[in-house]
Design a protein around this ligand. Sequence first.
Ligand SMILES: NC(=O)c1ccc[n+]([C@@H]2O[C@H](COP(=O)([O-])OP(=O)(O)OC[C@H]3O[C@@H](n4cnc5c(N)ncnc54)[C@H](O)[C@@H]3O)[C@@H](O)[C@H]2O)c1
Length: 418
Amino acid sequence: MKSICVIGIGYVGLPTAAMFASKGHRVVGYDLNEKAVNALNKGEIIIEEPGLGDLVKDVVAKGFLTAQTTCPDDCDVYIIAVPTPINPDKTADMRFVESATRAVVPCVRKGCIVILESTSPPRTVEDLMLPILKETGLEIGEELLVAHSPERILPGRVIEELRTNSRIVGGINEKSSLAVKEVYQSIVEGEIHITTSTTAEMCKLMENTFRDVNIALANELAKMSEELGVNAWEVIRLANCHPRVNILNPGPGVGGHCIALDPWFLVEKSKNAKLIHQARLNNDSMPEFVRDKIEKIIGGLNGKSVAIYGVTYKPNIDDVRESPVMHLVDLLKNAGVNVNICDPHAAEKIEGKGIYEAAEGCDILVLGVNHDEFKNVDFAKLTAKMSAKNILDTRNFWSKADVEASGAKYYLLGDGNK
Ligand SMILES: NC(=O)c1ccc[n+]([C@@H]2O[C@H](COP(=O)([O-])OP(=O)(O)OC[C@H]3O[C@@H](n4cnc5c(N)ncnc54)[C@H](O)[C@@H]3O)[C@@H](O)[C@H]2O)c1
């Protein structure tokens, strides 16, 4: 059994650490965030993810998982799962990967393995990490094995997907790839594919870029549909009956730590990433498009009241990072709108109101995220105390008939038939 250090015990690192610990590895979570470290040592978690709390509680109680604010020097494997955000100019902020790599240097010895899990621009392992790791004095690829193995988990299904997803392992040489494959074999039931580190970096970025470009196409369709008097959702439903077509859904934009950011890493590194760049711009324009639609429906913005239901970047999670709906909230506030937020999942992060209170006195209720809690709402009760009974559904989540039976008016993003 190898001892494993996971650097960065956040959304990716913590479940990974807990999974390895559940297989009997001694795992140390190293994080600069004392709150995360202290919580973990008590067997508690500070993020929302189904099944993670119980798993962590169990492995901490059994002594397989501990956490600390310094990098341990007695582990066999060092997995880096720190953030890779973007700078305001849309270039990658690699300071966390750089400092985590530097932290590893005094801790590793002959035979150790360093794995980068963070999503990173192409050539990060080769151009950023290897020059730092050479400072160990170890022969890279022989005495110190290095690979990139991108994480592809879906928030909300992390525990299941860590186990069942296939995995890409991109070593700096074959020896590294094989050693890292063996590490993951203790937790991964899916296939583990071996390639080079730069190919692995490109794969992860292209997976998310594929989805971003597809969503940009759907959003462009939604905009064209409103212009041309067509219902984009019906177009997608019918077009997707074609056996080789799969258009994704339009919405108020693309958010989260992955799909909304990763394509920029390609734009930064290659002047040929033109379609990818345009797709990003299309998706980033959606909050403005929704704001303008709200303005049209309620006849202005300044002094109006808008209720936003759901502000996380996707349903049934608590993560508001890069959330396009939070951007919409800011746009509305900047236009002089009084905004009420209702989000049962983000309640700890964003101050909000209850489902049947948030719409009180509002001119419109906007469904931003289709959380399960909003599924079976009582529309009559929901809209009873609204100043004007308007509902804008940006997700095609609610039934027009149900909304209209309550006496409210139903608007759908991308429905040009209105
Ligand atoms: N969240 C996801 O669903 C997801 C999915 C796939 C890939 N990724 C990628 O995984 C990486 C990590 O993302 P995340 O969502 O887990 O981030 P996160 O912010 O939830 O967690 C990162 C943790 O790293 C810690 N940290 C930062 N710098 C450190 C350092 N130098 N030493 C020790 N700890 C440090 C932070 O305190 C934080 O607790 C990113 O590259 C992200 O793009 C995320």
